[in-house]
Design a protein around this ligand. Structure first.
Ligand code: SF4
Ligand code: SF4
Length: 239
């Protein structure tokens, strides 16, 4: 099976739901311990809902927190289903939880969803250190199923398309975004201070989402298609 056939089969298996995109990537360029010994990854991208992202203006909302958790549960259901599907086809599979931030590991998880999504060619990494989907922009959440399948696909890394835009840096109340363009040699900490983001949220918005989710740097991004794009923002990134 080639990678397109696998993605099509998975989409059919999960019922072709709207707002879900499936990709596959070859992880063999990463150290074995980073990819838990698996050779490929299936990425699940789920779009966030426009009405909820559209109501975020200058602070997090209770609706966004509830939506964030609902989408994480949805992704975990999808990756579990996909894991069983891949096992039924004879592959070993390892679904990675949608939300897995560990403060002791500088807010990273056991495997970076963004790394696999980026290698799949479905999008790129913004100055906000988020995955920006080719169609839906920053307003997405990610899931991953690691599989022991050799797809031998060339890297499909898409360079940053942020250009001179600094909207996410400017709006960030924690001053956690450095405002630098992502390149392959950059680590997340070069773009974004996860500790500053987390501490600001805990100190100011404990009453909303236990101070764990914000959404401003998602909502403001001109590539976020579910939000009204003003001509001013379009000009900033030449879209
Ligand atoms: S989630 Fe909020 S506080 Fe954290 S980086 Fe984005 S805008 Fe800043
Ligand atoms: S808001 Fe602008 S700088 Fe930030 S990720 Fe989006 S396009 Fe890039």
């Amino acid at each position: 099976m080639d990678s397109h056939t696998i993605c099509d089969n998975i989409q059919k298996f999960i019922g072709n739901p709207p707002g879900v995109d499936i990709g596959i990537s070859d992880l063999s360029s990463l150290p074995s311990e980073t990819r838990l010994g698996f050779t490929s990854a299936i990425t699940v991208v789920v779009r966030l809902i426009s009405g909820i992202i559209g109501e975020i203006s200058d602070q997090p909302t209770i609706s966004y927190f509830a939506h964030y958790r609902a989408v994480n549960r949805y992704i975990d259901d999808l990756t579990l289903k996909i894991g069983f599907f891949m096992e039924s086809k004879g592959f070993k599979a390892h679904p990675i939880p949608a939300s897995q931030s560990d403060p002791k590991a500088y807010y990273a998880g056991v495997f970076s969803h963004k790394t696999a999504a980026n290698l799949s060619g479905m999008g790129w990494i913004g100055k906000n250190a988020l995955f920006i989907h080719n169609q839906w922009g920053s307003a997405v959440r990610l899931g991953t199923v690691l599989i022991d399948y050799d797809i031998e696909s060339p890297k499909k890394i898409i360079p940053s398309r942020c250009g001179t835009c600094t909207l996410c840096k400017d709006i960030c109340p924690a001053q956690a975004i450095e405002g630098v363009n992502w390149t392959e040699d950059k680590k997340r900490k070069d773009l974004f201070d996860a500790h500053a983001c987390s501490e600001y949220m805990k100190n100011h918005f404990q009453h909303i989402g236990r101070g764990s989710v914000c959404g401003l740097c998602i909502a403001v991004c001109p590539y976020t298609q579910c939000r009204q794009i003003t001509s001013d923002k379009k000009e900033k990134v030449n879209i």
